[in-house]
Design a protein around this ligand. Structure first.
Ligand code: LRH
Ligand code: MN
Length: 426
């Protein structure tokens, strides 16, 4: 299913006058404070976020899953849905696949489909946190950390298989997240588990193509509830350094204990050249995987403030990979993803407004009040006209969700796919 340029143009026409009024007002404000508005808009146009292939249907919890009608039931249909998101938002130009949930049956056909939808393949994700049918050894007691060598070798082999699949598709990075850990004190020897994990990751690292990256994702708990081998940024950072220059830490915003200062972790990793990328989402309690910016938008702004500073000052850190990792329990998955994409663009745009030179000077002077005033001046600027202008310049919708609803896209997907089509994934 595709949306025609005319459909987007016609729905935009109803909004364009109001948009121009808002944009001109903001542009004059920003111009007056010496900012290059066109440069800001170009940066937003260039900012592309990868959509997780496992989050295009309804998500669920152990207490239940309420399916969403018209879900994509094949990888082709998932790429089509990401194509729809990209047509409307112009900022969803990539997909992050999860293997084996999304093994391409026909690699060439999938590459063709992606090209047609202007979608590139970002990081591929391995999965050694679930047992597949006719799998020789279970991952119940861990994968890369398992005391049983045969289990570790099976998990290493799976990661090599995922690299091969990704390489055929044109992906350039592998994300490893391990559920490995323990539910009870005494269940695991921490040192043995960590050493096995390090040695196993080094085996996988050796298999990485020259121009690839390895992203090591950390998480404090779930599904294990006493200990997780790669529990925090420090452990991931240590393992990335142990593997080598192509290994980096991946920051999933939901993988932090309450009140963790994530923006400081981001600054530290960028200074050390080891920030590989993000899984954007939001949360109030645990790994809730809810809509980006829906719970802690100021924290997201502070993270982007460190990212903008780091991209400018830490040339030792490669350009990070931007990915969403969310689960949609009560919203239309596509509307939820459009809200997340908007929140990411808004946080980035506000961070681009921070006067870093003035901030540095105020920090030098220990003018604590001025430091906050400078951040809040940016944060309290309504940048939505900038983000909308970036979409318009790239051929997208002024208001993606409204356009999606006006064009009754969900109903069209249901008409094509039926009410009971289910997407693979979480
Ligand atoms: C683990 C995680 C990881 C994925 C999974 C779908 O919580 O964030 O990134 O593999 O979600
Ligand atoms: Mn994640």
């Amino acid at each position: 299913m595709k949306i025609s340029k005319d459909q987007i143009y016609n729905t935009n026409q109803k909004k364009i006058t109001q948009h121009h009024a808002r944009f001109d007002f903001l542009a004059n404000e920003l111009d007056a404070s010496g900012l290059q508005v066109n440069e800001l808009v170009d940066k937003l146009v260039a900012f592309q976020v990868a959509i997780p292939s496992w989050a295009l249907g309804a998500g669920g919890t152990r207490f239940g899953r309420f399916s969403y009608q018209g879900e994509p039931s094949s990888l082709e249909q998932k790429i089509e849905d990401i194509g729809l998101l990209h047509q409307l938002t112009q900022t969803a130009g990539a997909v992050s696949l999860h293997i084996p949930w999304d093994i391409p049956e026909d690699t060439l056909a999938i590459k063709e489909k992606a090209l047609e939808n202007r979608i590139v393949f970002d990081a591929v994700n391995s999965n050694t946190f679930q047992d597949q049918k006719n799998q020789a050894f279970s991952y119940k007691f861990g994968s890369l950390c398992n005391t049983n060598k045969a289990v570790r070798e099976q998990a290493i082999a799976h990661n090599k298989e995922v690299i091969k699949i990704g390489n055929d598709l044109g992906s350039k990075s592998l994300t490893v997240w391990l559920a490995d850990g323990a539910n009870f004190p005494g269940q695991n020897n921490f040192q043995t588990a960590l050493s096995h994990t390090e040695d196993s990751l080094k085996e996988i690292y050796k298999y990485l193509p020259e121009d690839w990256k390895l992203f090591i994702e950390y998480k404090p708990y779930e599904p294990n509830f006493y200990s997780t081998v790669i529990q925090d940024w420090g452990t991931s950072f240590m393992l990335a350094n142990a593997c080598g220059p192509k290994a980096y830490t991946l920051v999933d915003l939901g993988h932090h204990l309450p009140n963790t200062n994530i923006e400081q972790i981001v600054a530290t990793l960028m200074l050390k050249g080891k920030l590989g990328g993000f899984h954007f989402n939001d949360s109030k309690y645990g790994d809730d995987d809810v809509t980006v910016g829906s719970i802690k938008p100021y924290s997201l702004f502070l993270i982007f403030n460190e990212l903008v500073y780091g991209i400018e000052n830490n040339k030792q850190n490669p350009y990070p990979a931007w990915m969403i990792d969310a689960s949609h329990n009560t919203k239309d998955p596509l509307e939820d993803l459009m809200q997340s994409l908007e929140a990411i663009q808004i946080a980035y745009a506000k961070a681009l407004l921070v006067d870093q030179t003035k901030l540095k000077a105020a920090q030098q002077e220990h003018d604590v009040v001025a430091c906050q005033e400078i951040l809040h001046a940016a944060y309290n600027t309504d940048v939505r006209p900038l983000v909308a202008q970036a979409r318009i310049n790239a051929g997208g919708a002024v208001t993606p969700i409204e356009t999606y609803r006006n064009l009754q896209i969900r109903q069209s997907l249901i008409d094509i796919r039926g009410k009971n089509s289910v997407a693979s994934g979480l």
